[in-house]
Design a protein around this ligand. Structure first.
Ligand code: TEU
Ligand code: CA
Length: 583
C-alpha cells in the first residue's frame, strides 16, 4: 500500500457478532444469518463499518463452531450459503465490510479430511493431522509426551485404527492440522480461504493465529504444575519455527484479492515477537489481538484453572494498554483496540463496575477509553448497551461453554464435590467464564429480551428489562447513544484518536485515575484524557505544564465537568499548543 492510500481497515469501526446469541429470526431459539441481516441498519446507524462474524460454518458444535466439519458450508440452524451471499451483498450495499473467522489450526474430528486420515496410515489424508506413535513404558501405552490440552487433560487422543495418537491443543474433537505438509496447506488455502474470498468477503479474523507451527520433536514440557500428569506446553507450540514462512506463503494467496484484512488472535506473545507478525513490511497480519489486557487476573496455565482468578489493579491495566499502544512507537506496525470478545467476561464487570448506580456512567467511560486509543476498534455485540456478566447466583446448569464446564468438572473431580471448592470455581467463571459474552443480545423488554420468540439455547440475562437496545434508543443519555456520538467523534478527530502517536500515561501508579495523552502525527495537537475508575470523586492529575494551557473539551460523559472527576467520569481535551515530553 502506498502512503497516500491508507489501508481501509485501519480506521474502520468493527463489530463482532456471535451468531448463536445475536438475533433469532425463526423462533428455534438459536440466532441466525437472517436475524443478522435484519439488524444491519441498526449497526450502520451505530457507526459500524465492518462486521466480524464468528464461525457460522458447518460444525458439530463441540466448541461453538470453532470445530469446523466443512469450511464450504453453513451450520444449518444458522442458515444457508444463499443466506451468506445475501449477508455479503447487504453489507456491501451499505458500504460495510464483512470479515469471517478463519479457524485453520484444527478442524472438527467430523471433517472429511480427518475421517479419512484416521482410517489408516496409507490413505490420501494420512499425513494431514499430527499423528505420533504411543510411548510404551513398561509395556503400557502412553501419549507421545506430557503436553496438556488448553481445555484440560492430555493434548493427545488415541486412535485404535492407526494405533497412534493425534494432537489436539483444544478439545479432543478438534484435531490439529499438519501444517508441515504442503498439500495440507494448499487444501486449507483452497477450502477455508479462497472459497470465501471468491464470494467477496473482505478479510478474516484468524483464530489461534500463532499456533500452527509446533516443535515437531515433541519434547516433554517441564513440570510447572507439580503432581499433574499433563503440563502446559505453550512454548513448544506458540510462535513456532515455521510460522512466519507459512504466513508469507499465505499472503501470496491473499494478494490476488486486494487489501484483505487479516486480524490475528495472538495470545501469549512478547512485543518484539508480535512486531514480526504485524510490521507493515512483513504483511503477515494486518494487526493482531494482543491478550495482555483481557488476560489480566486470569490464570495463564490453561483452561482447567479458571477459578484461580483475581481482580487486577488499575496500574496493571494501564501497563497492559501501554504495551499494546507501545507496539506502534517508532515502528511501521498497526494494532487493535478491544476489551471484549466471545472468550471473555464483559468489560464492565471485569475492568470497571457493573453496580447499577454507576453502570451507565462506567460503560460510557470505557467507550471514551476505547475511542481514544490508537488502532482498529472492535466492539463486541451487546457492549454498546453495557451488557454485563451474569449474576453470581447462576449455577453450573445455566452455563454451556465446554471450557467452563471442563474447568468446573475438574474442580468437582479433584475436590470430590466439596461445596466451597465449587463455589470458588463458580466465582471464577462468573468473572471470566466465556458464557458471559455468549448470552443473548438484549434487544427489548419483551420475553427473552426480544432475542427469540422460542426457547433460547442459553439463559437470558435477568436484567434485560433495564439493559436493552430499545430502551437505550429512546434515552438520549444512554450508553448506546453515547457510543454513537463518540464513534463519530473518533472519526472526526481521526488523526488524534485513531492514528495518534506517543501514547503516554501520566499517573502510572494511581489506583483510581487513568490519565494519558496522545499526539497528532504532525506533532501540533494532542488529546488529554482523564478517566475516573472509582466510585468516588477524584482530583485531576495534570501532566506537567498542561494545567494552565488552553484546552477545548471534546467530550465528557457527565453533564458539566467540574473541578473534580465525578465517579466513573471521562473527559477528553484537545490541546493545540506546546507539546511537552516526559512523564
Ligand atoms: O481461542 C484461542 C485461545 O487461546 C483460547 O484458549 C482462549 O485463550 C480461551 O478461550 C480463553 O478462555 C480461540 C477461540 O477464540 C476460542 O473461542 C476457541 O475455543 C479456540 O480458539 C479453539 O478454536
Ligand atoms: Ca434461528
Amino acid at each position: 500500500m502506498s502512503a497516500s492510500k491508507p489501508n481501509w481497515w485501519k480506521a474502520s469501526t468493527c463489530y463482532q457478532i456471535w451468531p448463536a446469541s445475536y438475533k433469532d429470526s425463526n423462533g428455534d431459539g438459536i440466532g441466525d444469518i437472517v436475524g443478522i441481516i435484519s439488524t444491519i441498519p441498526y449497526l450502520k446507524d451505530l457507526g459500524i463499518e465492518t462486521i466480524w462474524l464468528s464461525p457460522m460454518y458447518d460444525s458439530p458444535q463441540k466448541d461453538m463452531g470453532y470445530d469446523i466439519s466443512n469450511y464450504q458450508d453453513v451450520y444449518p440452524p444458522y442458515g444457508t450459503l444463499a443466506d451468506m451471499d445475501r449477508l455479503i451483498k447487504e453489507c456491501h450495499d451499505l458500504d460495510m465490510k464483512l470479515v469471517l473467522d478463519l479457524v485453520i489450526n484444527h478442524t472438527s474430528d467430523q471433517h472429511a479430511w480427518f475421517l479419512e486420515s484416521r482410517r489408516n496410515k496409507t490413505n490420501q489424508y494420512a499425513d494431514w493431522y499430527m499423528w505420533r506413535d504411543p510411548k510404551i513404558i513398561q509395556g503400557e501405552r502412553h501419549p507421545p509426551n506430557n503436553w496438556a490440552s488448553i481445555f484440560g487433560g492430555s493434548a493427545w487422543e488415541y486412535c485404535r485404527e492407526r494405533d497412534q495418537y493425534y494432537l489436539h491443543l483444544f478439545v479432543k474433537e478438534q484435531p490439529d492440522l499438519n501444517w508441515e505438509n504442503e498439500e495440507t496447506r494448499r487444501g486449507i488455502y483452497e477450502s477455508a480461504m479462497k472459497f470465501w474470498l471468491d464470494k467477496g468477503i473482505d478479510g478474516f479474523r484468524v483464530d489461534t493465529a500463532n499456533l500452527y507451527s509446533k516443535d515437531t520433536s515433541y519434547p516433554d514440557a517441564p513440570i510447572l504444575v507439580p503432581g499433574e500428569p499433563y503440563q502446559p506446553a505453550f512454548k513448544y507450540f506458540t510462535n513456532g519455527p515455521r510460522m512466519h514462512e507459512w504466513l508469507q506463503e499465505q499472503r501470496g494467496i491473499l494478494d490476488k484479492y486486494g487489501d484483505v484484512f487479516m486480524v490475528g488472535e495472538l495470545p501469549d506473545t512478547k512485543a518484539d515477537e508480535v512486531l514480526r507478525y504485524i510490521s507493515a513490511k512483513s504483511r503477515e497480519y494486518s494487526c493482531v489481538f494482543d491478550f495482555d489486557v483481557v488476560m489480566l487476573g486470569q490464570n495463564k496455565e490453561g483452561g482447567s484453572k479458571k477459578h484461580h482468578t483475581h481482580k487486577h489493579t488499575l496500574p496493571h491495566f494501564k501497563e497492559a494498554i501501554r504495551k499494546v499502544q507501545g507496539l506502534l512507537h517508532g515502528t511501521d506496525a498497526w494494532t487493535t483496540v478491544f476489551l471484549e470478545n466471545h472468550d471473555q467476561g464483559r468489560s464492565l464487570s471485569r475492568f470497571a463496575t457493573d453496580k447499577a448506580i454507576h453502570r451507565d456512567q462506567a460503560a460510557k467511560m470505557l467507550a471514551v477509553l476505547m475511542c481514544c486509543l490508537t488502532g482498529t476498534l472492535f466492539l463486541y455485540q451487546g457492549q454498546e448497551i453495557g451488557m454485563y456478566n451474569h449474576p453470581e447466583y447462576w449455577g453450573i446448569e445455566d452455563l454451556r461453554d465446554i471450557d467452563s464446564l471442563n474447568a468446573y468438572n475438574d474442580v468437582m473431580h479433584r475436590h470430590k464435590g466439596d461445596p466451597l471448592w465449587l463455589k470458588k470455581a463458580m466465582r471464577g467463571l462468573q468473572l471470566v467464564g466465556r458464557d458471559n459474552g455468549r448470552l443473548p443480545v438484549q434487544w427489548d423488554n419483551s420475553a427473552n429480551a426480544g432475542f427469540t420468540s422460542g426457547k433460547p439455547w442459553i439463559r437470558v440475562h435477568d436484567d434485560y428489562e433495564h439493559v436493552n437496545v430499545a430502551a437505550q434508543q429512546a434515552d438520549p443519555g444512554s450508553p448506546l447513544n453515547f457510543w454513537k456520538k463518540i464513534i463519530r467523534l473518533r472519526k472526526k478527530y481521526a488523526d488524534l484518536m485513531i492514528f495518534g502517536k506517543d501514547f503516554q500515561v501520566w499517573d502510572k501508579f494511581d489506583q483510581d485515575v487513568f490519565t494519558f495523552t496522545k499526539v497528532h502525527p504532525d506533532g501540533h495537537e494532542r488529546i488529554l484524557v482523564f478517566l475516573n475508575f472509582s466510585d468516588e470523586d477524584q482530583p485531576l492529575h495534570y501532566p506537567t505544564g498542561l494545567e494552565s494551557v488552553q484546552k477545548e473539551l471534546l467530550v465528557c460523559n457527565f453533564e458539566e465537568p467540574g473541578k473534580y472527576l465525578t465517579p466513573w467520569e471521562a473527559r477528553v481535551y484537545l490541546i493545540r499548543e506546546g507539546v511537552v515530553n516526559g512523564g
